[in-house]
Design a protein around this ligand. Sequence first.
Ligand code: SAH
Ligand code: SF4
Length: 427
Amino acid sequence: MSNKINELAHEPQASSLALFGMFPEELKELMAEHGQKGYRAMQIAEAIYRQRITSLDELTTLPTTLRDELRAAGYGVGMPEIVQAARSVDGTERYLVRLGDGETVETVWMPDGDGGERGDGSEASAEEEEAEGLEGNLSEFSRETSGHRHDRRGPMRGPDLRNVGALEANGYRRATICISSQVGCAVNCQFCLTAKLGIKRNLTGGEIAGQVAAVLNRHGVKIGKDRINLVFMGMGEPFLNYDQFIRSVQLLVKQIGIPESRMTVSTSGIEPAIRKYAQEPLRPKLALSLNASNDVVREQVMPITRKWNIAQLLDAVKTVPLGKREWVTFEYVLLGEVNDQPEHAREVLELLAGMRAKINLIVWNPGPGIAYTQPKPEDVAVFQKMLIEAGMPAYIRRPRGRDIYAACGQLKRTVEEKPLVEIQAAS
Ligand code: SAH
Ligand code: SF4
């Protein structure tokens, strides 16, 4: 792809009403207001969600007069815009994404998955898990640590390169996009850099889904050919922006074309929202940020535990129906000496006994002004081994993009700390 992002005319977004984010029914109403037939709405939806155009000028299926009319009424495409990018040595890219009102969030691109590999749901669909088999987790660990994770590539789709997606053409199997749901976060977890921002505002469903569209454009991703996973694990607490989060899922699945089986939402534990989520017809996989093995420690690291304790959260999680081969993921950030000792592993096993659960162990990523320490590698190894030996699948998440502050809990709209590379199109 050429340097598309730089070439495109940037519509003045601040005052624009965004078409991106509207459902086809809403576009139909808009067209009716302009005396237009319903098929015009379908043309707009096709252009903004499938072709992922970024300016009204590219909406060439509409007559110029109608485009002018929309512009005069204050409408623009309104896809969020990548304004800065930083690339990690491991291929991860972190973007500063500008929204219509000038606010910014961060979005992360991780080619080849994020190392959660079946552990956080960001990777395999159920079919893939079946094909690959749920082998012993110790071997998963050794594959992770020995660096031979990708030696079991599936069959390539044939020699015709015109028919392969952008990822495969670049030697990747898949990519995971980590998206933000709020500007900042109100939850105040003590180990997380995003918490330091406080909460500025919620994102709209269009802004959440739009981060994905902007990143897909940057990499020339072909939906249907490239394998894309989404994790709602960027800035913010998706379940405190519930309706817009659900709206974004509907846009992403039905309009952009990414199946919900390839999406995982992570929550710090908003009990009523988890119960509501259990009733949703269209639902990504669920991950709960457990992060402690008892309420005393959890209150200390995640003060929100005072509102909903671990038992309440687990009860709520149990109401979420699981697909045939689906497991609930629990994320567990290992903080040195705080929650990483053998007694904590034993408590985790007691808590989750009888649940179809798997655990993603995340070695804490440091951030300025946060007074935790990283766990010792031997403590991490013992913790994982204890879980696995008791029959609990446990994976160690490979930190991605730590050098550019793109790893879990490091997103904070970094503009100042590290030099960011100028926007450039992906190769
Ligand atoms: N707000 C949601 C989703 C975003 S955070 C949530 O809290 O679940 C995504 C994951 O990153 C969570 O599991 C969180 O516990 C973890 N995390 C936050 N800060 C971290 C840090 N500094 N190092 C490692 N993981 C962190
Ligand atoms: Fe918010 Fe999640 Fe960070 Fe907690 S870990 S402050 S919920 S983004």
